[in-house]
Design a protein around this ligand. Structure first.
Ligand SMILES: C[S@@+](CC[C@H](N)C(=O)[O-])C[C@H]1O[C@@H](n2cnc3c(N)ncnc32)[C@H](O)[C@@H]1O
Length: 248
């Protein structure tokens, strides 16, 4: 986490508009599914950077709040509002899991993140994050996230760290690439598939392959402990993977 924070602080310090000032394409895609859901209440964004998508959702009428690990990103996001006189965004500096843990159960209608989960998280950390997302969402709430896919041309570059994870420094950070089967695994029994698509983003010089996921919270909090076994020492990683892994 310290490594992530230092990496992103540096990136945002060097370029305060690293991802541009407009909302992401994924934010626009998400809006379609959020508007189509029966109840739209508060939206929480994880890994919000300097808040370009948070600002977009706020303008669209959402009670949107978010968190980012980089204090530099939060400083950029909040001082831009102060300078322009715009309504300030609710963006806190901190770690995504800690932020979720501080939210009351069932208190958000949407949990959203753009290119956060493909940062340096282990499978265990992903599972903990998804459990907390499930707790914070009521049944029917949406979990929308985008992640770099295993089809991305950066997959396999740099040094391998763990499954589908590579250290791309100095060209990038530590990156976990997602397969469709990993998306399904993390969805587990807590969520159902609402929408899914694979897209190419970026420009010709730097194309990236991204998965867009919109899942719906399907079961109540009592079921959150029941997940398919994968990678558990008790269950045996290889046999569990054979059962759960679909072809890429
Ligand atoms: C690829 S950037 C995307 C930023 C933003 N979502 C956007 O599209 O403009 C990933 C962001 O995740 C943040 N991040 C990385 N690990 C995090 C963590 N554990 N908790 C919260 N934020 C984190 C980084 O600081 C960075 O701002």
């Amino acid at each position: 986490m310290a490594l992530q924070r230092a990496y992103w602080n540096q990136r945002f310090y060097e370029d305060p508009e690293l991802f541009g000032t407009r909302e992401s394409r994924f934010a626009r895609w998400t809006l379609r599914w959020v508007r189509g859901s029966r109840k739209v209440g508060p939206l929480i964004e994880l890994g919000a950077g300097y808040g370009r998508d948070l600002r977009f959702f706020q303008k669209k009428g959402f009670a949107a709040r978010g968190v980012d690990a980089s204090v530099e990103a939060v400083r950029i996001g909040t001082s831009a509002d102060a300078a322009s006189g715009a309504r300030p965004i609710d963006l806190a500096a901190g770690e995504a899991l800690d932020y979720l843990k501080a939210q009351p159960t069932g208190s958000a209608s949407v949990v959203y993140s753009n290119l956060l989960y493909n940062m340096d998280f282990t499978e265990r950390e992903h599972l903990r994050l998804f459990q907390e997302v499930a707790r914070v969402l009521p049944v029917g709430g949406l979990h929308c996230y985008s992640v770099r896919s295993v089809e991305d041309c950066w997959y396999g570059r740099g040094s391998p760290i763990r499954e589908d994870t590579f250290d791309l420094r100095p060209q990038g950070g530590i990156m976990r690439f997602f397969s469709r089967s990993y998306v399904a695994f993390l969805r587990g029994r807590l969520f159902g598939k609402r929408a899914f698509t694979a897209v190419t983003e970026g420009d010709a010089d730097f194309p990236i392959c991204v998965l867009y996921v919109a899942d719906v919270r399907t079961v109540g909090p009592r079921s959150t402990r029941k997940r398919p076994v994968r990678g558990s020492r008790a269950g045996g990683m290889r046999s569990a993977q054979r059962v759960l892994r679909a072809p890429r």
